[in-house]
Design a protein around this ligand. Structure first.
Ligand SMILES: [Zn+2]
Ligand SMILES: [Zn+2]
Length: 388
């Protein structure tokens, strides 16, 4: 039985519904977080809210006291699910170290031991930014990308790994995470305020002190205390993330670079930063978890001609295998490039060049493009990387 991508996934993720949902390794914490929201709301609606129904002039409007928190809780839980069950922005791992680096380091020769630059400089908004090489994912992390040690993946615009939602917070789920936290804050404020109102009504009805009212409804007191403590947490987090969004920082960058006084190259002004988080289209996932492994490394259709003279006819599929073998060796990239042009020559006689692009497969094509492009960078050599 042919395997799908999520079945041979190297990160520590949990998948549900045949790879449609992706969770972090600590996904069970979602159940704890959800029950910390659901249980207080149920207690409030059943033991406090129902006494408040008649306090409002219009009896039907009074029902909103209990209907509204239920509806809002569903909204908060949907946000929780959207945060924790989608790809946070995982950068797909490379099967091989980046060949353009090997090419420039090895100078086209097969070298048994090659030092790969540990960092390289890329230009972001006209400013040079240093990006690191990830040994696990075998790639140079894009700017703002970091490797999550809990999920074992490189995640774009990595914010932090949230144990409460059991998932990394990154480029593709930050918006939902912020809405989840801020909505939870509003729910907390609502339950706290309504419980306080109930205590006030009890004081009026019984002509008593606050202590007498609290003795009358200990559940309201417990809910107020619970919401007060939770507010420090979710309210504080909402305020902190409002500050981060306004200054276009991630939690990781804030903790890591706070003392460095670095210039923030991503800052577009307060309004622009909010627009970036809330009004831009979320990038599609770079991973096709449900694709079959063969689809990811799709073989090209058989060729009708061959330029090689003598021996058996060799189609592009055979050539591609050879190309990949060469990549395994990590050397002789000029030969690979030559074959790329050879195959393209053959193809251009029978097909359009766009067909050639789709046939070659994106990974190989990216690699060959990278080989043919001129890369400007400065290097910082550190630990050696050995290839056999
Ligand atoms: Zn990584
Ligand atoms: Zn993570």
């Amino acid at each position: 039985m042919e395997k799908r991508v999520y079945e041979v996934w190297k990160g520590r993720n949990n998948f549900c519904l045949g790879g449609r949902l992706i969770f972090g390794p600590d996904a069970r914490s979602i159940l704890v977080s959800a029950s910390m929201i659901i249980v207080p709301v149920i207690i409030f609606c059943n033991f406090i809210g129902k006494h408040l129904l008649h306090e409002f002039p219009s009896y039907n409007a009074g029902y909103m006291i209990v209907v509204a928190p239920y509806l809002f809780t569903i909204y908060v839980l949907v946000l929780l699910l959207l945060t924790s069950s989608r790809d946070p922005g995982i950068v797909p791992r490379n099967l091989h170290p980046p060949e353009e680096e090997l090419n420039s380091v090895a100078g086209g020769n097969k070298t048994p031991s090659i030092q790969l630059p540990r960092t390289k400089e890329v230009v972001v908004n006209g400013v040079s930014v240093r990006v690191k090489y990830c040994d696990t994912c075998m790639l140079y992390r894009p700017p703002r990308c970091s490797h999550c040690s809990i999920c074992n993946n490189c995640v774009e615009r990595f914010d932090h790994h949230c144990p409460w939602v059991g998932q990394c917070i990154g480029l593709r789920n930050y918006r939902f995470f912020f809405l989840f936290v801020s909505s939870s804050t509003l729910l907390c404020i609502y339950v706290f305020s309504m419980s306080a109102l109930y205590i006030k009504i009890l004081m009026r009805d019984y002509n008593g002190t606050i202590w007498a009212a609290m003795r009358e409804s200990p559940l309201a007191v417990v809910l107020m205390a619970y919401c007060f403590i939770s507010l420090w947490f979710v309210g504080g987090l909402t305020g902190f993330h409002l500050y981060l969004i306004s200054s276009n920082q991630t939690t990781y960058e804030n903790f890591r670079y706070r003392s460095d006084n670095r210039m923030n190259v991503y800052d577009q002004g307060c309004a622009g930063n909010f627009r970036e988080v809330f009004c831009t289209k979320i990038k599609p996932s770079r991973n096709k978890f449900r694709a079959f492994m063969q689809e990811v490394h799709r073989p090209p259709p058989p060729a009708t001609t061959s330029r090689e003279s003598g021996g058996e006819e060799s189609g592009p599929e055979d050539r591609r295998v050879k190309v990949e073998d060469d990549m395994d060796l990590g050397g002789d990239l000029l030969k690979v490039s030559q074959r790329h042009h050879d195959i393209k020559d053959i193809y251009s006689r029978h097909h359009s060049s766009s067909e050639f692009d789709s046939v070659l497969g994106s990974d190989t094509h990216d690699l060959l493009n990278a080989m043919n492009s001129h890369v400007h960078e400065s290097r910082n050599y550190a630990a050696p990387m050995t290839f056999v």
